[in-house]
Structures are given as C-alpha cells and as structure tokens.
Write a protein that binds this ligand. Sequence first.
Ligand SMILES: *Cc1c(COP(=O)(O)O)cnc(C)c1O
Length: 473
Amino acid sequence: MRYISTRATGTPERKRFCEILLEGLAPDGGLYLPETYPQVDAATLTRWRGLAYADLAFEVLSLYVDDIPADDLRALCRKTYTEEVFGTAAIVPLTRLENGLYLEALSNGPTLAFKDMAMQLLGNLFEYELARRGEELNIFGATSGDTGSAAEYAMRGKKGVRVFMTSPDGRMSPFQQAQMFSLLDDNIYNIAITGVFDDCQDLVKAVSGDLEFKRKYKIGTVNSINWARLMAQVVYYFAGYLQSTKTNDERVSFTVPSGNFGNVCAGHVARMMGLPIAQLVVATNENDVLDEFFRTGVYRVRGTADTHETSSPSMDISKASNFERFVFDLLGRDGARTADLFGTQVPRQGRFDLGADPAFAQAASRYGFASGKSTHADRLATIRDTWQKYGVVVDTHTADGLKVAHAHRVPGVPMLVLETALPIKFAATIVEALGREPERPAKFEGIEALPKKVRVMAPDVQAIKDLIAQACD
Ligand SMILES: *Cc1c(COP(=O)(O)O)cnc(C)c1O
C-alpha cells in the first residue's frame, strides 16, 4: 500500500504508511490518501463477524499498513482497544432506540468523546515508530476542548513524546479543565494562555512557522487531517455494520455529527472498501458549511464573524479540513483540479461551486451522501424527545445527528447514529433541555477537586519556545 497527495499530478510521490504517520499535510499542501481502496469481499466480511473489536481493527489496518510486522500491529491494536480503556467488551456497543434506529457509542474512552477512538491508537503507533527510529517528537497544539484532551490522554506516559497544549485561560468548561489539568504526567505540559482560542492558534502557527526551531525540536501535531486517525475510524463503521446485521445482503445507513469531515470521511472510505452502506448522512449544526455543499454544490468557507458559537461546540467550524479528501474522489481523483479548488479558489475567493458539474450529482447517487442541519432549538427538542420516548440522554452533538437522521430514514434500512460524546461534557445544555444534570461516570466523580498541573502564560512566542527548549534539555 502506498499513499499519494490529493493534489498530486503527473507521476506522484508514493509514500508508505510509517512515512506519513508523523506528518501533517503533504509537501504540496494536499492530504494523504491511499493510492487505491482495498476491497473487502463478502467472504471476508463473513469471516470478520464475531471478531473482537481489537482483532477487527487489526484486519482493517493491515490492509493499509504493510511496514509494521503483523504481530506488532496486532499487539498494538490489542493494547489499544481494551474493555479497561473503553468501558465495554464491545468497545462501540449499539443501543437500539426503536426498530431500525440505533446509537453507536463512540464516546466511552478516557475523554468521553469519539476522538479517543483514533487518538488512543495514534499514541501507541507514535510510541512504537519513534522507538523504532530512535527519535523524539514534541506535539505542540491549541485546543478549546475535545481534541487537546484526547491527545493528552493518548500520549500521557508515552516514551519519546511530549505534549505542549495551549488553551484559552478560563474559557473551557470546569469539567474540561479538570480533565486536562489533572494529568500529572511528566511529558504533558498544559499551558493556559491569557487570551482567546485564536491567540493559541497564532502561537502554534508562529512556532511551526519557524522551520529551524521546528526541525531542531521535532515539533509535530496530531490534527484531524492525519491519515492514521482517519484509518482508525474506518474500523467502527465495520463494527457498527456487523453488529446491526446478520447477513451481508443487508445495507445500513449512518448519520454522523460533523465538523471537520474527519468522522464521516472514514465512513466514505469504509463504503469505498465495499461495506454495504446505503447512505452517509452528514449532520451539521448552525455552522452549515457541509450541509450547504451537499444541498447546492457550493463550498463556502466562513469568516470569523460568520462562525457561530453553538451548544454543540465541537462542530463549530469555519472550513472542513478533511473535505478535500472526498472532493478528490468525487472528481475522479483529479489532483490538478483538487489543487485548483483548494489551493487557489478557496484561498483567493473563499469558495468554489461544483453545482453545475456533473460530478456533483454523484455525491448523492454514487457516493451515498445526504445532509441536514440542526439548530439550538432542534437540539433541545431532540434531547427532550429522546429522553421521553426512549429513556436515553444524548449529548448535544449526538442530538444534532438524531435530528437529521429522522429526516433521512428509509423503511427496511437500519439507521445508525454515531454518538460522538457523553452528555456530561455538555451539562449546561442538558440542564436547559431536561431540567436535570446528566449522569456522571463513576471514574469522573469529583475530578474538579483533583490537583492540577497548568502554567498560565501570556501569548508570547519566545516564552513558549523557551519552555519547549528547556523541556528538551
Ligand atoms: C470532533 C467532534 C465532532 C466532529 O467530528 P469531525 O471529524 O470534525 O467531523 C463531533 N462531535 C464531537 C463530540 C466531537 O468531539
């Protein structure tokens, strides 16, 4: 298996999995994708029924990774996907709400959001590959919540890796702050920046933009465009399908609460591999960049003033950073056109329009995509309805998914809604909807009172660089 960039033209550079594992964007600014999608036939799918999640993960991953010995890869999967870390033996158990409507739980990992599904594997893959190369990596990032804590919980205690995570001082919820700042591991550096999230992102840009510093101190990231994260997410589409069907003649649909298009892009990859998925329904909140595209063919990046702060904050995006991968496939893998759209039109005009392109109609007809949008009022109503009808409390992001899923159900085709976080993370909105606090898993009882390790710093590039340099000495 080799990987190419979505902006590749001519005779593209073809890389192996471990070469792109620790990289972000391809040098031409594109995103990495496998050269072809491996096909999973009916006999294979039948053989996979009944596998434990970790072994299913090994089967899927070994189609994409040929530069880690099979026994090592299997061991990494088994070390990652354990009942101890993910709460149940099924890892991603289904809850049946009613006939043909299920929730697939992706949020029982250490930080109670679906990003753990991929990040926990990434932590083990990084540790393995860095040890093999005898190298170190300093992950430097900015977070306003989910991504940073998932990264810290994945990398804590890992050899060869340090995490420097900036967040806007005092702006995360008390629960989120407690989750991150209570990590006392030596290789985790929590940095509360006296400023807003944009100040944190500017620091990341400034530090990564100093190429000499970046090379000297091995600065890396773990953002959602990393192929290994996407690949890890493909597995739970297979697991959801296998749990909800008895034979391979059945098809199911998925509805995915979406922001950067990472989660649902993994569904697209699973479908391209031959998994019998009828529809992939993209659910957005008020930040409806993706819904607008799937309705009209127009992809329009939003400005800061146009980006809404919502009660499903992990879907508050101005652009969808993984979307380029799907557009590359939609355009018949035309790297030159993809480069023109994302490398020229988006930076210059902030938009492109495929509405009149025959390829656009194929997003639905050939690739199974549909979409919908949900607002704060929809979220409250869905949380209330789901509680009253099924006795289940869902979080705000999952509520967006359920709201949109209802509009796309087809008789005879089970609809699986991906549950992307637990309600406790967004307690204020649950109280607004139900008038009561959501349940708190036992292991999070009293975390606000735990000792915290965090440094408060001004948004000063040199001070941050000094901190990183000192830690590496
Ligand atoms: C990150 C996140 C999303 C959005 O996922 P994408 O891969 O960015 O589309 C949805 N819900 C929750 C809870 C998240 O943390």
